[in-house]
Design a protein. Structure first.
Length: 404
C-alpha cells in the first residue's frame, strides 16, 4: 500500500546533534544539573563520540497512528502496534495491513496508555504465540483505574488474526493515571519473559515498595506463573514476580548479546534519564536517588545521586531530557564499525543514540538523525542486518538505516 522512499545520506559527524557549541553547552548543563541534584558523587557523564559511518535512511512505511512496538516475523514481515489499539502487519515492501482482530478489548487508550509493545515467543515458528503489553482498563471496583498487562495470543494460520488470547499478567495495583506504563517485553535466554513497569507518575514512592508492581521490572513464565528463582519469590510480603525495583519508567530493554544480561533504559524527571544493567534483586534508586530534578525550577528530588545499596546507571543524560525509548545491541555485518554498539531512541531529544561500549562501561555516545525532527520510539535490528526505527507521531513511520 505504501511505497518506500529514500532519505538523505548521513555521515556520523554530519548527523550528530553534538557539534562543538552544543558539546560545550552539554558540559555546562551537566555541571549545573549535578549541583541541582545534590552533589557530584555517583556515575560520571559519558563522553561524546563520533563516527564517519555513512548511511541512508529509507522510509519503509508511513501512515501509522502513533506506533509503539515492532517485532519481525520469520518471513521478514513486521508486527507493529499502534497506541490507539491496533496491531498491523507491515511487509518489507511497505504494505500496511488492516488491523488484526483478536487484540485485547479493554485497552485504556489515553495519555501514554494504549496498545504498547509486541514480542514473539522464542518458539514462534512452532507455536505462533505473540505477546502484547497494553494499558488495561479496570472494571467493577477498579473502574476508572488502569495498569500494564500482558496479553498472550496466537497468530492464526492465515496470519490475519490473533486467536486464543488471554491476559497472563496484570500490574498491581491499578492506578487512576495516564502516565508511566513502562511496557517493554524481552525474553530471557531461559524462556522467561521480562516486563518493564512504570511507577504510574503519581505513585513514585511505590517504586521502593516491593509489595507492589509499580516502578519494577518483573520476570514471569509464559503462562504468567512465577519462576521459583526470582529474587523475591520466597520473601514474605513481596510481589514474587519482581526482578528489580526503584525504576521510574523503563521504555527500553534488551539482552546483551554476549552475556545475555538484561539492560534497560528509563525516563528520568527533568534530566536524569538512565541506562542500567538490570540485575536480579537490585534497587535502582528512584525516587531516593536520581540525576534528574523537578520539572520547572529543577528542585532537588530525594537524597542526591548516590546511596549505599542502590545501583548507579551505566550512563545518564543531563537536562534537557532525551526521553529514551527502545534499546538494541547491534550484531549485524552491514555496519561493521558499529558492531557491539548499543542504540537507543530519543523521544524528546529527537535523536538516535549510538553508544560505544567497553565491557560494561559506555566509552562514548553519539547522537544521530538529529536533523530530521522526529521522535524515535523503537529501535530493532532486522533480519537483513539493518537498523529499523519507529517514529512516534500520528503519521508514524517505519524507517530503515542501511549503507548507501
Amino acid at each position: 500500500m505504501l511505497n518506500r522512499k529514500h532519505g538523505h545520506l548521513h555521515g556520523g559527524k554530519r548527523a550528530s546533534a553534538w557539534g562543538a557549541p552544543k558539546a560545550a553547552a552539554v558540559l555546562l548543563s551537566l555541571s549545573w544539573a549535578l549541583s541541582a541534584c545534590g552533589g557530584s558523587g555517583g556515575a560520571a557523564q559519558s563522553p561524546v563520540g563520533s563516527s564517519t559511518v555513512k548511511f541512508t535512511v529509507d522510509t519503509v512505511a508511513s501512515g501509522l497512528a502513533t506506533p509503539w512496538g515492532l517485532a519481525f516475523m520469520p518471513d521478514g514481515r513486521m508486527l507493529v502496534t499502534e497506541r490507539g489499539g491496533q496491531l498491523r502487519i507491515v511487509t518489507a515492501a511497505g504494505a500496511v495491513s488492516a488491523p488484526l482482530p483478536g487484540v485485547p478489548s479493554n485497552i485504556a487508550v489515553g495519555g501514554q496508555g494504549g496498545l504498547l509493545d509486541v514480542v514473539l515467543d522464542p518458539n514462534f515458528a512452532a507455536n505462533r504465540r505473540v505477546y502484547l503489553s497494553f494499558s488495561e482498563a479496570g472494571t467493577g471496583a477498579e473502574s476508572g483505574t488502569n495498569g500494564t498487562s500482558v496479553w498472550r495470543a496466537e497468530l492464526s494460520p492465515s496470519g490475519t488474526a490473533l486467536v486464543n488470547g488471554t491476559v497472563i499478567f496484570r500490574q498491581r495495583p491499578k492506578v487512576n493515571s495516564a502516565l508511566h506504563f513502562g511496557s517493554r517485553l524481552v525474553f530471557a535466554r531461559d524462556g522467561t519473559l521480562f516486563v518493564t513497569l512504570g511507577d504510574r507518575g503519581s505513585r513514585s514512592t511505590d517504586a521502593q515498595d516491593t509489595s507492589n508492581h509499580l516502578g519494577k521490572v518483573v520476570r514471569i513464565r509464559t503462562d504468567g506463573t512465577v519462576p521459583p528463582d526470582n529474587p523475591l519469590a520466597s520473601t514474605a510480603g513481596a510481589a514474587p514476580e519482581i526482578w528489580s525495583w526503584g525504576h521510574r519508567n523503563v521504555q527500553g530493554a534488551a539482552l546483551h548479546p554476549d552475556t545475555g544480561v538484561l539492560w534497560t533504559n528509563e525516563h528520568g524527571p527533568q534530566g536524569g534519564d538512565e541506562l542500567n544493567i538490570d540485575l536480579a534483586g537490585r534497587n535502582y534508586g528512584w525516587p531516593v536517588i536520581t540525576y534528574g530534578c523537578t520539572y520547572g525550577l529543577c528542585g532537588k528530588i530525594g537524597e542526591g545521586t548516590a546511596k549505599a545499596g542502590m545501583e548507579q546507571p551505566v550512563s545518564w543524560w543531563p537536562k534537557p531530557s532525551t526521553a529514551p525509548s527502545g534499546l538494541m545491541f547491534y550484531t549485524g555485518e552491514g555496519f561493521a564499525p558499529w558492531k557491539g554498539n548499543a542504540f537507543i531512541g530519543g523521544l524528546a531529544g529527537q535523536v538516535l543514540w549510538r553508544l560505544t561500549l567497553s565491557g560494561d562501561k559506555v566509552a562514548s555516545r553519539e547522537a544521530l538523525l538529529g536533523d530530521r525532527g522526529e521522535r524515535y520510539r523503537a529501535v530493532v535490528q532486522g533480519p537483513d542486518g539493518w537498523i529499523y526505527l519507529l517514529t512516534d507521531d500520528s503519521n508514524g513511520k517505519v524507517l530503515r538505516l542501511r549503507t548507501p
